[in-house]
Ligand binder design. Structure first.
Ligand SMILES: Cc1ncc(COP(=O)(O)O)c(C=O)c1O
Length: 400
């Protein structure tokens, strides 16, 4: 057993705990340096299990997990890159692995987050759980106005009473001002990747899905985990029951929809990771038309939309009729450097209905309330600062 430095991060095989409060025999074998004892908090590595005492539970492995190939793609790319660099230290590697950001977050944004963070130490500024869908800072104010209304014998709640979420409102007006998307259609989240998984839970295991080929691996892996696919076919390197829509230079990185097998769900990413190709308005009109003809739902990932500099759509909702067939998931990660801060949002328009007429947004709301307790209040303040006039000026260039 080796003792870690107090400052070392906690790995999956280590734990942090209060020093003297346990009888655990493994812990009693740890020799604790005086400095760690003084603070009564330390971290230690678990003893690797010995080969002779392998204990197995009676729980069967999730068969869908067993279908997944090797590790998730990005850690695997990082591993191979590191191995290559060990061998060829002077190599100039262009990494097509995880699209992490490199530039610091502009100060106007970090100071807003710092302020909110410090306010949490005060009685007036403290807030705990927020609304799962987005910051409820405005709710206190709304209740005051509502109670005032009741006091004046006005039975109706004031306009926008139920649209109480600050960041939702800011996103609606900054990105969807003229597109008819309202703040109640927006669900603030801890990032697009987490929302992709929550959307998969929403959709369930019996849907069929199509995906651009190549594309961001989270769509396929989350689909496998949900049980929407068959086994991986090694010869073609594809999962059974997923429709792979080839996007290559030959077809202008847009699938030939006349050869695509209709599916319940179409994951579509524009600008695409990894090709960088952004769909044109005409192509997206065709995609929406295709979804409508087949009764499909498009999950449109526009994590990189802010990098579009010509007149290509930044949102699927720029396309007429998209509100009846599409969900959009977006991120603060790339353009604002929030990969570590964690903030994003998903738009589920109220016009989007399941085959029985039930609004998809109502079910998504249920998923969000069950699986998520809302994005961090500090990151939401950062998001608001990104959307302030000063934040907009400084965030739209810098990170990549
Ligand atoms: C296409 C795409 N969608 C979503 C994400 C994840 O975004 P977030 O950091 O908001 O989870 C990434 C990150 O690389 C991405 O490339």
């Amino acid at each position: 057993m080796s003792l870690m430095q107090p400052s070392a991060s906690i790995s999956s095989t280590s734990s942090a705990f209060l020093g003297q409060s346990t009888n655990n025999s493994r812990i009693s074998k740890v020799s604790v340096p005086a400095s760690a004892k003084k603070n009564e908090i330390f971290k230690c590595m678990a003893t690797p299990p010995s080969d002779t005492t392998v204990y197995k539970t009676k729980v069967s492995r999730n068969a869908n997990m067993a279908k997944l190939q090797a590790g998730y793609l990005f850690p695997e790319i990082a591993r191979r890159k590191a191995a290559h660099m060990m061998k060829y230290p002077d190599a100039q590697v262009i990494s097509l692995g995880i699209g992490d950001t490199t530039e610091p977050i502009p100060e106007v944004i970090t100071s807003a987050m710092a302020q909110r963070s410090h306010a949490l130490s005060t009685l007036e500024g403290y807030s705990g759980y927020g609304d799962g869908q987005g910051d409820k800072k405005m709710i206190k104010f709304c209740w005051v106005v509502y109670i005032f209304h009741i006091y004046l014998y006005i039975p109706q709640p004031p306009p926008n009473f139920f649209c109480k979420m600050q960041l939702r409102a800011a996103i609606a007006s900054a990105f969807y001002g003229k597109l008819g998307i309202e703040e109640s259609d927006i669900f603030v989240s801890d990032g697009a990747k987490c929302d992709i998984s929550r959307l998969q839970i929403l959709l369930g295991s019996s849907v069929t899905m199509a995906v651009q080929d190549p594309s961001y691996p989270a769509y396929v892996d989350s689909s496998v985990i949900m049980g929407q696919t068959g086994q991986f076919q090694k010869d073609v390197e594809k999962y059974r029951n997923i429709e792979y829509m080839r996007c290559s230079p030959e077809n202008g990185f847009f699938p030939n929809l006349s050869t695509v097998r209709p599916t319940d769900v179409i994951f579509f990413c524009s600008p695409n990771n990894p090709t960088g190709s952004a769909a044109t308005r005409e192509q997206l009109i065709r995609l929406v038309q295709f979804a409508k003809e087949n009764g499909s739902i498009i999950v449109y990932d526009s994590a990189y939309a802010m990098y579009i500099s010509d007149d290509r759509p930044r949102s699927i909702f720029e396309i007429p009729g998209a509100k009846e067939v599409a969900i959009e998931t977006v991120s603060f990660s790339k353009y604002a450097g929030f990969t570590g801060v964690r903030l994003g949002w998903t738009v589920v328009p109220k016009e989007l209905l399941f085959s029985d007429g039930f609004p998809v947004a109502k079910d998504f709301n249920r998923i969000v309330c069950t699986c998520f307790n809302g994005a961090s209040n500090i990151s939401q303040t950062g998001g608001l600062a990104c959307l302030s006039p000063e934040g907009i000026k400084v965030s739209f260039h810098g990170n990549a």
